[in-house]
Structure formats: C-alpha cells, structure tokens
Design a protein around this ligand. Structure first.
Ligand SMILES: [Zn+2]
Length: 313
C-alpha cells in the first residue's frame, strides 16, 4: 500500500488492519516476545541475566544455573494459557484457508509453543528459534574445566531431537538453580554428550540444531516462493503481513516479514505492525499500518471488526 502509514491505536488504524485482512489472499502472521507478554509470561528481554543464562557458555560454566533457568521456563510455558489473541489469530487462519489453499503461514521467534497449543497447525508454524517446551538436542561434549576454552571439545552428534530425560532433576525455588539427578545432568541418548533444549541460544551459531519439524525453514521458503510467484502473476492478489510484538534486539522475524513485503510487486503487500514501542523503525520495508498498543488489545479490536462484518453478511 502506498502513502504514509496509518498510525497508533486509533480506531482508523484498527479499521485499516481489519480491511486489509478482509481482502487478504495470503496472510503471514509473525510474532515475537510481545505476543506472549500478555499471557503473563516474563519477557526474556526484560530479564537482566537472560543473555548470560541462555548461552552455551553458561551450560559449560554453571550447568545448575543453565538447567534451572530452562526447566523453570519450560514449566512456566506449559502452565501458561494462550490468551484470547491467540484464538483470534487462529480464526484468521481458518477464514484465510476458506479463501485460498495454503494461504497462511506463521513465523515466530517465541519458544513457548503457545500458538501451537492455541490450534495453529504445526506444519504452518516456523519456530525459528526452536522450542523450549518440545524435544531436546545433543550439545556435544562441553569443556567443563576452567577456563572452558575451547568451549566445546566435541560437536553435537547429529542425532534427531529426543524427549529429555528429566527424572530426578529439580529446580530449587529459592535460588532458581537446578539440582542434578543422581546420574548427573541430562545426556544425549545417542552419544552420551550433554543434552540441552532445542532453543537458539545467545552465541549458539551452529550448535543450535535446525530440525525442519520445529523451524520449518524449508516449508516457509517454499511458501514464500509460491506466494511471490502468485502475486507477480496476478496483480489483483494481496498479501498481508501482521507482525506482533517483535522487538529490535533480535529482529530476525521482523526482518523476514519486511523482506517478503519488499519482494512482491508494489501495492500488493500490506505490513501491519502491532508494537507499542518500535512501530516505525524499519529495515527494508516501511509498515503500512502501525498499531501502537499491546498484542492482546490490538488483536481483539481487529477481530471484533471482522466478526461484526461476518454477522452482517
Ligand atoms: Zn549426541
């Protein structure tokens, strides 16, 4: 869409977003930490020690702190209920599917699994940073002796993801540190290396195991190719990207949505950005509509307008 972005939580921005969704042939829903914040989950970015704890370095230096953090996060995520905004976007998906085959996809940097639990089919969700509630991966052999350099003495073995053997591992509530089972910290079943969540950690690089059934990298690429080809061939088709709660600190999801909008012919894409703080900042494509509120309020306001229209039909 050409012209200046429609801004803020003003009714006009919400109405513009609803109108864009009504005419969408393709929908990319992308979300980051701000989507989960309304589910009462702590924002990783607001935890001062997150960078330190969520790193392979801490796994080698202080496994009790590392496992304590991830076991607690896993527990919190599994106990959290997806808020009503998740149900709203699942309805968007169903409407979208009623219009066109393979018309929607979701990209998320969240590792909480909430969108899948809310009902978005897992074949259509790319969890680009992995999942903290699913299976674990091999971490190879880490150098446990100070000064822990090099950090790793053997690479991960490449075994498929596996259910973590957590029996006997507990978290001390007071300290947030884990206590190892009698047999020690969790291990990879295949090679005996250290086991860890399949989450993209700070400083992870190739230590993170990309598994298609979690990250859906190939599926997303294929979807993007199909959508761009369709839009180029049919100027009347429209793509809407709704991006919710993606910060600037790790902007991978934000960037991919913008790249997709920039790759399709001008006028056929509409980027709706829902973000209370960083709505206007852009890399390769400026948002067409900016809603400067939290995820839940914005999603429900848009959904209300879409439902009113359905009732009128
Ligand atoms: Zn292994």
């Amino acid at each position: 869409m050409a012209g200046a972005a429609v801004q803020s939580a003003a009714p006009s921005a919400t109405a513009a977003a609803a109108a864009a969704l009504r005419s969408a042939d393709y929908l990319l829903f992308s979300c980051g930490a701000g989507m989960s914040a309304d589910a009462s989950l702590p924002l990783f970015a607001s935890r001062r020690s997150y960078d330190r704890l969520a790193s392979p370095d801490t796994l080698a230096r202080d496994p009790a702190a590392f496992y304590g953090f991830w076991l607690e996060a896993r527990e919190q995520y599994l106990a959290a209920a997806p808020h009503a905004g998740y149900a709203a976007v699942c309805r968007w998906l169903r409407r979208q599917q009623g219009r066109r085959h393979a018309s929607a996809f979701c990209l998320t940097s969240n590792v909480d699994g909430l969108l899948l639990r809310a009902g978005w089919p897992d074949g259509l969700v790319a969890q680009v940073h992995g999942s903290a509630v699913g299976e674990w991966q091999c971490g190879g052999e880490l150098n446990l002796a100070p000064p822990h350099f090099p950090l790793s003495t053997r690479r991960r073995c490449g075994a498929p993801l596996f259910a973590p053997a957590l029996r006997g591992c507990a978290v001390e509530r007071r300290t947030g540190r884990a206590v190892a089972a009698e047999a020690g910290w969790p291990r990879c079943e295949a090679c005996g290396g250290i086991a860890r969540p399949n989450v993209y950690l700070f400083g992870d690089g190739e230590m993170f195991q990309e598994e298609e059934r979690v990250t859906r990298r190939a599926a997303y690429r294929e979807w993007v190719e199909g959508v761009t080809a369709d839009l180029r061939a049919h100027p009347e088709l429209r793509l809407v990207v709704v991006e919710v709660g993606c910060g600037l600190r790790v902007p991978s999801v934000r960037k991919r949505g913008e790249e997709l909008c920039a790759a399709v012919p001008p006028g056929q894409a509409c980027l709706v950005r829902i973000n209370p703080e960083h709505g206007h900042s852009s890399m390769v494509y400026k948002p067409d509509i900016v809603i400067s509120t939290g995820a839940l309020d914005a999603l429900l306001a848009i959904e209300q307008l879409l439902e009113v229209e359905e009732d009128d039909v």
